[in-house]
Design a protein around this ligand. Structure first.
Ligand code: PLP
Ligand code: COI
Length: 340
């Protein structure tokens, strides 16, 4: 076990023991390789560098009170990586290879899995890119899969404390028929200037509106948006948001709690009607939102008036975490125990 300040880990990169790699050449995947280097050697004409033929995933492993290590819904991440591959014409990573690489990278870095009491987790980052050379705009013939891990704390430094979000119309994250619904690096590059603007104005992140009409709520920084109104869990439906595995799980948990659920276009003008709002994702878990400011329209929406997360968000947060850490029974079959 590493000697780290587990309870105060940021959401950031830390060198671990090993990463794993696999190469797709001549139409097939090769054998998994283990590396202790943090670097790759890459062809100067690789499509991943020039034409953004690159996708990634993010999932977490949790150490339970019983000492077992659980991964949350890895099959959904494998499926989403396959969808990302389809979207930008990369070779697909089969489930079996994804699982084998994930098991191995966790096992090789078992020392870095945060202890149960810390509330931290091991973030697993699968990365896939076109490593074959092209100069014309076309898919590569070779692909590289890398999986590395890093122990992490909460994405927003506030943890479960409410954050503020900025609405700005200066930049779009993704076009309506673009790549917003797959997890490719270009979406994140396109979001950097708006996130920087938000940070400069002392906001935690950006609440993106739909690119076409600027009327509907889209993505919430590196997370999905959800709202609670009375006994209803509401989350946007849009072609340009990433289908969040956390969000799809919260929808199920909300139903278990007897809430109604709505996945539909959500107008910005509805923000004033919601009792609770938040961002949800693997990194963000649930980040309650206390304020949303729409600069151009000079509007402010406020929540969490007592400074704390709302009641329903709090219940959902604890339910989700309890399943992930193995404190509650996994009635939906979402967790996989990894043999270390
Ligand atoms: N939206 C974006 C843009 C993201 O980067 C993420 C993170 O993966 C999410 C939503 C949340 O998805 P998930 O819950 O699957 O992590
Ligand atoms: C995640 O929640 O896993 C993400 O991928 C967010 C990331 C962009 C920091």
């Amino acid at each position: 076990m590493q000697n780290l300040d587990w309870a105060n880990l940021p959401f950031g990169y830390m060198k671990t023991n090993y990463n794993v790699r696999c190469y797709y050449r001549n139409g097939k995947w090769g054998e998994l390789e283990v590396s202790s280097s943090e670097y790759v050697s890459i062809h100067i004409a690789a499509t991943g560098l020039h034409y953004g033929q690159e996708a990634f995933e993010g999932l977490k492993a949790f150490k339970g009170k019983d000492g077992k290590v659980r991964v949350f819904r890895w099959q959904e991440n494998a499926k989403r990586l396959q969808n990302s591959s389809k979207g930008i014409m990369m070779a697909e990573v089969p489930d079996e290879l994804f699982k084998k690489a994930m098991d191995l990278v966790i096992k090789l870095n078992a020392d870095f899995i945060p202890p149960y009491e810390s509330g931290a987790s091991l973030y697993i980052r699968p990365l896939l890119y076109g490593s074959g050379a092209q100069v014309g705009v076309k898919p590569a013939n070779e692909y590289t899969l890398i999986m590395f891990v890093t122990p992490v704390g909460p994405y927003f430094k506030e943890g479960f404390k409410p954050v503020n979000m900025l609405i700005t119309r200066d930049f779009d994250r993704a076009a309506p028929l673009g790549t917003g619904s797959i997890k490719v690096g270009g979406n994140y590059a396109a979001s950097l200037r708006s996130i920087d603007k938000a940070h400069q104005l002392n906001f935690s992140n950006v609440l993106f509106l739909d690119a076409r009409e600027k009327k509907y709520i889209d993505e919430c920084g590196p997370a999905n948006f959800f709202a609670i109104k009375g006994d209803t869990y509401i989350t946007p439906e849009s072609k340009s948001i990433l289908p969040s595995i956390t969000n799809m799980s919260l929808l199920e948990l909300a139903k278990d709690l007897g809430l109604r659920v709505e996945r539909r276009p959500v107008l910005e003008t509805e923000l004033g009607d919601f009792d609770e709002v938040g961002a949800c994702g693997t990194a963000a878990v649930i980040s309650p939102i206390r304020e949303i400011v729409d600069m151009e329209n000079n509007k402010q929406y406020q929540y969490c008036k007592d400074g704390n997360a709302g009641k329903v968000s709090t219940i959902l947060y604890h339910k989700l975490r309890a399943i992930q850490y193995g404190d509650e029974s996994d009635t939906h079959n979402w967790v996989t125990v990894i043999e270390i």
